[in-house]
Design a protein around this ligand. Structure first.
Ligand code: IMP
Ligand code: MG
Length: 179
């Protein structure tokens, strides 16, 4: 595994984002909504550096299937843990913006659920892959079009616990055929 972004670089950037968020959300009813499972680690580090009253909510979304490293284009959203966001400022967190389909669909869902304002934060943004127009409000790092793991991001549900962002060097197995 090659290190793309080190643990200390991530910590420095996440702290910067938290401070920016702190300034932007003074006096506003903030609910941070994290997209499971990939943004768990980002969520934990980010909120511990935001010195404002805030609530935390979770959503689950998956567009990747099994060992596939390409999006199927089908987004499954599980809202069983979704918080009540009516009248609140939602800051939606995801690990990575790849095609943009996940974050744009979830931002729309938060509006449908009555959020007063929806903003988005992504730890990573992959260059050259976006399929729908969407601008996140906060971006940690822009990265090249490589499949990355660690700091919450997985390959086939492995590697989420690695404390840095890495690129798998072994050739990736071929994507599963769709059923
Ligand atoms: P999008 O809907 O295509 O923007 O994809 C976003 C989701 O795809 C993220 O929440 C990740 O779970 C997953 N994803 C995209 N690229 C990568 C990657 O390089 N490594 C791990 N997961 C990824
Ligand atoms: Mg994922």
């Amino acid at each position: 595994m090659d290190v793309l972004i080190s643990e200390s670089e991530i910590q420095r950037r996440v702290t910067e984002l938290a401070h920016q968020i702190e300034v932007d959300y003074q006096g506003r009813p903030l609910t941070v909504v994290a997209v499971l499972t990939g943004s768990l680690v980002f969520l934990a580090d980010l909120i511990r550096n935001i010195r404002l009253p805030l609530r935390v909510g979770l959503l689950q979304a998956s567009s990747y299937r099994g060992a596939s490293t390409v999006s199927t284009g089908t987004l499954l959203i599980n809202e069983s843990f979704a918080p009540d966001v009516a009248g609140r400022d939602v800051l939606l967190l995801d690990d990575i913006l790849d095609t943009g389909l996940t974050i744009s669909a979830l931002a729309q869902r938060m509006r449908e659920r009555g959020a007063a304002r929806v903003r988005t934060a992504v730890l990573l943004r992959k260059i050259g892959r976006q399929a729908v127009p969407f601008e996140p409000d906060y971006t940690g790092f822009s990265i090249p079009d490589r499949f990355v793991v660690g700091y919450g991001l997985d390959f086939n549900d492995d590697y989420r616990h690695i404390p840095y962002i890495g690129v798998l060097t072994d050739p990736l197995p071929a994507a599963d055929p769709l059923p």
